[in-house]
Design a protein around this ligand. Structure first.
Ligand SMILES: [Zn+2]
Length: 316
């Protein structure tokens, strides 16, 4: 059977063409989604170039460049002019995301516009929902506002909405209002230490407490499958695991269990770790980034949300 010396697995590794021919997992810019932050003021980010803040004006220029490079899908995050208890900046008609969507929709009909739907960038307390008198994030009261936000995004031109708040029942409520809009549910979003650079850029760190009352415990995988199951039952078109690299087993488990397209979010801390190691001369960023993204695809993700999308496209 497969015994040495008749079997020599190195034979198929001999040349680049052979290796290309037998590679099991592919990685293409078609699989990647570029996150973009839209804010009242631009803020370049030298250390983490994929995590700059754009204005409505500069995000249009950025998307023009992304399309030129071959990146066809983006997900928008917004920073409002002002924050309040309810996060009303998330759904107002002249909100930063709504204005960005209208500008991008008119200019680039071919660009797939996804939006992150959550309240944490818009609430004064920084939580993903409404905080009640006893200081808890109120699930059912939050859902109304989250759905209102999603509807306002679709009215402004979003193709896909992506609820990231981790409230129970938000996908079903959104589905009722938006029967024709694809929903990518952040189904299993963990309470992770790897969101650090994102919270800086998006200014969304909670003012008090943490998000462990709604985001998932890092020790759990069966619960992640229950979250996925629930979102699918409520009408999600795709499910997503976030973060990606510390949760490859969760991606694999979801892949094995469900047939829906599966996304994974290669989060800011994963991106920053490699950037920092590369800046210190410890590794080659390009090779390491491609290895990370390939690992996420190999674990079973169909699409990957990654700050490397633009850089990856320019490396080809
Ligand atoms: Zn949030």
């Amino acid at each position: 059977m497969s015994a040495f010396p008749a079997t020599r697995l190195r034979r198929l590794r001999r040349t680049a063409v052979l290796r290309d021919l037998v590679r099991e997992t592919s990685l293409s810019v078609d699989d990647l989604v570029m996150p973009l932050f839209v804010a009242p003021e631009a803020l370049p980010n030298e250390r983490l170039p994929g995590m700059a803040r754009h204005t409505v004006y500069s995000v249009v220029q950025e998307c023009e460049e992304l399309l030129r490079l071959g990146v066809k899908s983006v997900i928008l995050f917004g920073l409002p002019d002002g924050k309040d208890e309810e996060g009303s900046g998330a759904w107002v008609e002249d909100g930063v995301i709504q204005r960005a969507l209208r500008a991008l929709r008119a200019r680039f009909p071919e660009l797939l516009l996804m939006t992150d739907v959550c309240l944490c960038e818009y609430t004064s307390h920084g939580h993903c929902g409404v905080v009640n008198a006893s200081g808890d994030v109120d699930n059912d009261a939050s859902i109304d506002l989250i759905v209102r936000t999603a509807v306002s995004h679709v009215e402004a031109g979003a193709d896909v909405v992506c609820p990231s708040d981790m409230m129970d029942g938000r996908v079903g409520a959104m589905r009722e209002q938006l029967p024709d809009t694809p929903i990518i549910a952040y189904s299993a979003k963990y309470a992770s230490a790897f969101y650090g650079p994102f919270r800086e850029v998006a200014d969304s760190a909670p003012e008090f407490g943490d998000r462990r009352g709604y985001q998932m415990d890092p020790g759990n995988v069966r619960e992640a499958l229950r979250e996925c199951e629930q979102d699918i039952a409520e009408g999600a078109d795709m499910i997503m695991i976030k973060p990606a690299l510390p949760y490859l087993d969760v991606i694999r488990a979801a892949r094995d269990r469900f047939d829906l397209p599966l996304g994974a979010y290669n989060v800011s801390g994963e991106y920053a770790m490699v950037k920092a190691a590369a800046a210190a001369g410890d590794l080659d960023e390009r090779v390491a980034a491609i290895e990370c993204l390939t690992a996420i695809r190999r674990a079973g993700a169909d699409l990957v949300f990654t700050y490397w999308a633009k850089e990856f496209a320019s490396w080809r």
